[in-house]
Design a protein around this ligand. Structure first.
Ligand code: GDP
Ligand code: MG
Length: 597
């Protein structure tokens, strides 16, 4: 295909504004699939994604479209994940494009992630085509939304496509604007190979598969290629594109998008953002902007049944094959035994991995409260990073500590500005700015990431009746006065319940946590003191009173099925229990810190 007839684009949008539905419509209209083969939300292939309605892994589809001029165009739609956890992958996908469709919901207007995505697209110099979707809704107000796009984003919206992915109206117009407005890629076929990897996944038969965009040169099967970040070389066996099922091609040329597979076993060898070149005739410089992904949130993962330890290890290794951002290492807890410390891009990533471990690998897990990475400056001049509260050095060895902050952008209707300020201040946020968008307000705050992972977003949503939208990006480390809050059950410290909290909140958090644990820990045959402590100082105490009678004594002589039911209920409740010393502790206890307010 002649480069002049290629268009590479992404779709960017705030969550739920219709990105996946529009992608489906584009595929349908270009006849890439027959209607029978169309399943709803084709781009979201994992079950979990379909259920949650989120897009985790970027995917790519080649569409053939006959433009108004009668010529056939090759349109490569590069799907991007729509969640802040996966921002780096969004950025790599955008780097593979010349343009982007910006989808905005005609009823909701510009939201926090709309803006964040536009900024990313502008950083990559993309041609942005505004598309106002859901114009079929009775509450749609396309004129207001056009105005918002102009005022808030600064894009000319006079030609914005008005469409409804539900009824199909306006979809053809999107395709025509892609052809007319998005620049064709430059034709640099005769140069040495230079391609960016914007996604990768593991295939049981073919090994690691890389999704690539070629900027210069071309790839044919049999070539020896080289990864520029590691110098690793490999032989290409398969090349192709997705329509959206994999489809083999003879060559991939400058400007094109497709996949390559070869003698690569591990997705770790296929790093998103890396540049691929020809081993025999390498390009001089890699494409800019490559960086490794670093986990932001850590937690401990343990199996309820310690006999499952090896199964958990196997499962994590398998998931890692497909997820270069997942990291884990063995960890031991006095309370929970042998497990793993796992690192994730963010809370959503953590949830998704946990759910997959339980669902696909049938594991029953105990997870400890998520933690960020702290920088600990020691009195001996050393700096160490700590993600497990248990690893914190003695207070006397600590000179000072730093924690990660994020810049959070929140968009809400005017009426809720007070509520947002209250929650943000309560979460130790520092006010940065406030701007008006019509009848809404955009606020920015610096907030500790730690507070964001607790319950900031849930609070924000509930206090604004779901109207607030949030986006955040890492804004570096800042010094904070932090302490380790310990919990003692029956006089013994339970390491897996320790957390790092701000000193000003320590007292109250300790009291709340003790109260919460009293509620959560079921009564046992003996009395259990629950204490919260900072260092040697006990700051709160509650008591789980002893059980008075055996549950079964109530129905002595009674009917047997009732007894069985009671026993089953008890067993059910025990499933997620872990014996910690002499105390049976349920799973919720380890997450209780997230639930206090
Ligand atoms: P994404 O999160 O941006 O991928 O959004 P989805 O494509 O999953 O759409 C979110 C919701 O909006 C789904 O329930 C869709 O059925 C619905 N939706 C998408 N486009 C339209 C539209 O044009 N009109 C209406 N009424 N609903 C739509
Ligand atoms: Mg989607």
């Amino acid at each position: 295909m002649d480069a002049k007839h290629i268009r590479n684009f992404s779709i960017i949008a705030h969550i739920d504004h219709g990105k996946s539905t529009i992608a489906d419509r584009l595929i349908e209209l270009t006849g890439t699939l027959s209607e029978r083969e169309m399943e709803s939300q084709i781009l979201d292939s994992m079950d979990l994604e379909r259920e949650r309605g989120i897009t985790i892994k970027a995917q790519t589809v080649r569409l053939n479209y006959r433009g108004k001029d009668g010529e056939i165009y090759e349109l490569n739609l590069i799907d991007t994940p729509g969640h802040v956890d996966f921002n780096y992958e969004v950025s790599r996908s955008l780097a593979a494009c010349e343009g982007a469709l910006l989808i905005v919901d005609a009823a909701q207007g510009v939201e926090a992630q709309t803006l964040a995505n536009v900024y990313l697209a502008l950083e990559h110099d993309l041609e942005i085509i505004p598309v106002i979707n859901k114009i079929d809704l009775p509450s749609a107000d396309p004129d207001r939304v056009k105005q918002e796009i102009e005022d808030v984003i600064g894009l000319d919206a006079s030609d914005a496509v008005l469409c409804s992915a539900k009824t199909g109206i306006g979809i053809e117009n999107i395709l025509d604007q892609i052809v007319a407005k998005i620049p064709a890629p430059a034709d640099k076929n005769d140069k040495p190979l230079k391609a960016i990897i914007f996604d990768s996944y593991f295939d049981a038969y073919k090994g690691a598969i890389a999704h690539i965009r070629i900027f210069e040169g071309c790839i044919k099967p049999g070539m020896k290629l080289k990864m520029m970040s590691t110098g690793k070389t490999f032989d290409v066996t398969d090349i192709g594109c997705f329509v959206p099922t994999p489809y083999a091609v003879d060559s991939l040329e400058s400007g094109q998008v497709g996949f390559i597979a070869g003698s690569l076993k591990n997705v770790r060898d296929v790093r998103v953002g890396d540049t691929v070149t020809a081993a025999a005739n390498p390009t001089d410089k890699p494409l800019s902007g490559y960086r490794g992904v670093t986990p932001m949130v850590y937690c401990g993962l343990y199996t309820v049944d310690s006999a499952d330890y090896n199964n958990l290890k196997d499962a994590l290794e398998k998931l890692q094959l497909n997820d270069a951002a997942l990291v884990f290492e063995p960890e031991t807890s006095i309370a929970l035994g042998f497990g793993f410390r796992c690192g994730f891009l963010g809370l959503l990533h953590m949830d998704v991995i946990q759910e997959r471990l339980e669902r696909e690998y049938n594991l029953k897990l105990i997870t400890t409260a998520p933690s960020v990475i702290y920088h600990i400056y020691k009195t001996n001049g050393e700096m160490i990073t700590v993600s497990n509260p248990t690893d914190l050095p003695e207070t006397t060895e600590i000179e000072h500590m730093e924690e990660p902050f994020v810049k959070a952008t929140i968009i809400v209707p005017n009426d809720y500005v007070g509520a947002v300020m209250e929650i943000s201040q309560d979460k130790r946020g520092k006010f940065i700015s406030m701007d008006y968008i019509d009848s809404r307000v955009m606020l920015t705050y610096h907030i500790p990431l730690n507070e964001i992972i607790y319950d900031y977003f849930d609070k924000l949503k509930s206090m604004t009746r779901g109207y607030a939208s949030l986006d955040y990006e890492l804004a570096g480390y800042q010094q904070s006065k932090l302490v380790k809050l310990d919990i003692l059950l029956n006089g013994e410290m339970v390491d897996a319940l320790s957390t790092i909290v701000h000193i000003d909140r320590a007292q109250i958090r300790g009291r709340q946590l003790a109260e919460k644990l009293k509620e959560i820990i079921p009564r046992q045959m003996f009395e259990i003191p629950v204490q919260a402590a900072i260092g040697n100082k006990i700051i709160a105490r509650e008591t789980v009173r002893a059980m008075r009678k055996d549950v079964l004594s109530k129905c002595y002589g009674g009917d047997i099925s009732r007894k069985r039911k009671l026993l089953e209920k008890q067993k059910e409740g025990k499933k997620r229990m872990k014996s910690v010393g002499s105390v049976e502790v349920p799973q919720e206890a380890f997450m209780a810190i997230l639930k206090v307010d």
